[in-house]
Write a protein that binds this ligand. Structure first.
Ligand code: UT7
Length: 330
């Protein structure tokens, strides 16, 4: 246990769009059913941005709640990182809009693009910067409007995605045990096109034709991603506890990226961890990419599912392909 970084989670917050889209809403216009979606994914409903809601507005709301819980103000924030693959605008970073809206000082504010592993990457980047600089408090947000890149006619993907945001304030640990004990990040770009938005960037610029062909929407080779996710989730969790000299039995809660209930249940079974120690809220929110881990973290902390002193492992995997984990003691 020599690798403790004395950076702790001081407050959490979340934001969800008001509009609920149920499986039956899809079944009204697509060849699908509540039964198919729920059996294959565990999802019953998800939130969808409407009425001006977007990655910025969700991030700002989640950040305000996290600040309030940490009993801090925007003036205390030294560093702001937003994880998103659906930024409000291509330029500038969503983090800059959040920095201004919150009234933060002229602090570093930047986005991290690591798809479903985004929150893990952002958390790790912030924690690492905090250990090498004078920054005391960091605001780390995962915010997504997946509906902005969803082809609502593609039943193979539209039923799994959802919108939302979660935020965490990182700050100095106030005792000698809480903190970050392990961080792990990885990527394998050979799988870049398994979860992929073909057009809209500089490689395939947005044109009338690209939009008409739906090439600005997210494409996913679901089966292949499924196999990757099941293997990686198990590997990432086992690796983190091994490096920390713990066993999975020491973990009060595992917070995996909410990709598919079957992926989570299968990995938990292989690890021998009961679902009572695994966070799962995909039934309500679907797969919200970088927002899914902070949304589940907020729910676990504010629902008193975890308490001070508990070991909590967050594990992400997704587009890139990317994966990673953060092991904290609350
Ligand atoms: O967050 C980043 C990581 N992402 C993930 O981890 C997602 C991983 N992938 C998955 O969760 C699953 O692959 C999906 C939920 C996306 C799809 O489930 P699946 O069991 O892998 O289905 P499939 O794509 O292999 O399709 C099986 C059948 C096909 O029909 P045929 O060819 O067997 O006749 C599909 O056309 O199910 C059909 N299908 C649907 N049927 C009803 C696909 N989507 C739907 C649908 N409703 N929404």
């Amino acid at each position: 246990m020599n690798n403790r970084i004395p950076v702790a989670i001081k407050g959490v917050g979340c934001a969800l769009p008001g509009k609920v889209m149920t499986n039956d809403d899809f079944a009204k216009y697509l060849d699908t059913s509540d039964e198919w979606i729920h059996t294959r994914t565990g999802i019953r409903e998800r939130r969808i941005c409407a009425n001006g809601e977007n990655t910025k507005t969700l991030a700002i709301e989640a950040a305000r709640k996290a600040l309030q819980q940490a009993q801090l103000t925007s003036a205390d924030v030294d560093l702001l990182v937003v994880a998103t693959c659906t930024p409000a605008h291509p330029v500038p970073a969503t983090a800059c809009f959040v920095q201004h809206a919150l009234g933060c000082r002229h602090i570093p504010a930047f986005d991290v693009a690591a798809a479903c592993s985004g929150f893990i990457y952002a958390f790790s980047a912030a924690a690492s910067m905090m250990t090498t600089t004078r920054y005391k408090y960091a605001l780390v947000i995962g915010s997504e409007a997946m509906s902005s890149i969803t082809d609502f006619q593609d039943r193979g993907i539209c039923v799994i995605l959802g919108d939302g945001a979660g935020a965490a304030i990182l700050g100095p640990a106030d005792d000698s045990v809480s903190g970050i004990y392990d961080q792990f990040l990885a990527a394998d770009g050979s799988g870049a096109e398994l979860i992929f938005v073909p057009a809209g960037g500089s490689a395939e610029r947005p044109t009338k034709e690209s939009v008409e062909a739906g090439r600005h929407f997210l494409k996913m080779r679901g089966r292949e991603v499924y196999k990757f996710a099941v293997t990686k989730m198990q590997e990432v969790i086992q690796g983190a506890v091994d490096r920390a000299g713990l066993t999975v039995d020491d973990l009060a809660l595992i917070i995996p990226h909410q990709s598919n209930a079957r992926i989570i249940e299968s990995a938990a079974e292989k690890l021998g961890v009961p679902m009572s120690r695994v966070a799962m809220n995909i039934n309500k929110y679907g797969n919200t990419s970088a927002a899914s881990i902070p949304l589940a973290l907020e729910e676990a902390i504010n629902g008193q599912r975890v308490k001070k002193g508990d070991w909590v492992l967050m594990a992400g995997f997704g587009g890139g392909l990317t994966w990673g984990s953060i092991l904290v003691r609350l």
